[in-house]
Design a protein around this ligand. Structure first.
Ligand code: PXG
Length: 291
């Protein structure tokens, strides 16, 4: 699988799929990306991902050079070309080739790439028993630095937080925003449940507007569970009944220990299990057909 990569209108075999070292995506991390999943021959929430990709591009004043419809077609074509029916898709739009020097206006044309492959972040055991996570010193960005809602090619802030997690002997970290409120994890949104209600940090807290998270909110509301988006501190997390993370790559993964505190009784809880079943059903029954 993943033999062909789309680059600017053509497919190249994986080993020959190359972009210029003068591309500002490489020189400066100047560009945007998405991570999308396909289930059973259908792409999950394609429109939402392409909308977010184009919003990210707009915020960094990057002209994608193609329409949203064209991007959707590229994604579907890349899946079909690689016979991907269950997999992970990575569209990327970078600033394109330019000079040495930051000025993006000297880059003439964006570079559009699409990869379709597999992704597996955590072993099944972590889904069965729950992750242990720790708060790290690296904060999420200020909204008026690079806004955390932009899914940019510059993920160093998140990578710094991942390094801290691994150095602390855990697989994922909890990031706070500069005011000390909970934002999210390095590549996932965070949820808790407490006394029958669900809480998650608002995007203004410094989290990505997660597409998996939005799906989980819809599923919870269908079950008449109230979901509250707002400011959260670590107090809320440590005293929760349940905690879990959502993201395209990890899907839904439970968290049973945060900063050495057991969450609830330290076991994977019923609210998570119910919503996971609902989420699996949703991924199996919805999406845009590849062929
Ligand atoms: N927060 C951040 C910072 C993310 O990067 C999410 C939340 C979840 O959003 P979605 O829309 O996917 O539900 C993401 C996206 C990885 C990896 O390798 C993770 C993401 C993207 C690409 C790679 O862990 N997560």
């Amino acid at each position: 699988m993943s033999n062909y990569v789309y680059i600017n209108g053509e497919f190249f075999e994986k080993d020959n799929a190359k972009v210029s070292v003068f591309d500002h995506g490489f020189l400066y991390g100047d560009g945007v990306f998405e991570g999308i999943r396909a289930y059973g021959g259908r792409v999950f929430r394609l429109t939402e991902h392409v909308d977010r990709l184009f919003d990210s591009a707009k915020v960094i004043a990057l002209d994608p050079g193609i329409s949203k419809k064209e991007m959707e077609d590229i994604i579907l074509k890349t899946c079909a070309k690689n016979n991907v029916s269950d997999g992970y898709i990575r569209p990327i739009i970078s600033r394109g080739v330019g000079d040495l020097g930051l000025n993006p206006y000297l880059c003439k044309k964006s570079t559009v790439v699409c990869i379709a492959d597999k992704i597996s972040l955590y072993p099944q055991e972590d889904y069965d028993k729950g992750l242990r996570i720790v708060t790290v010193a690296t904060h999420r960005n200020y909204n008026e630095s690079l806004n955390p809602r932009v899914k940019s090619l510059n993920y160093l802030n998140n990578i710094m937080a991942k390094i801290e997690a691994v150095q602390s002997g855990v697989k994922e970290s909890l990031l706070l925003n500069p005011l000390g409120y909970v934002a999210e994890c390095t590549g996932d949104n965070l949820f808790i449940s407490r006394k029958g209600k669900i809480f998650t940090p608002s995007v203004q807290s410094g989290s990505l507007d997660g597409i998996t998270a939005a799906a989980v909110v819809e599923l919870a509301e269908k079950r008449n569970i109230e979901v509250i988006h707002g400011l959260m501190s670590r107090f809320d997390i440590w005293t929760a009944d349940e905690c879990w993370l959502t993201g395209t790559a990890a899907e839904m993964i439970p968290v049973t220990n945060v900063d050495g505190r057991l969450i609830g009784d330290g076991k994977v809880g019923p609210v998570y299990k119910q919503l996971l079943a609902d989420f699996k059903h949703l991924t199996e029954t919805t999406g845009t057909s590849i062929a």
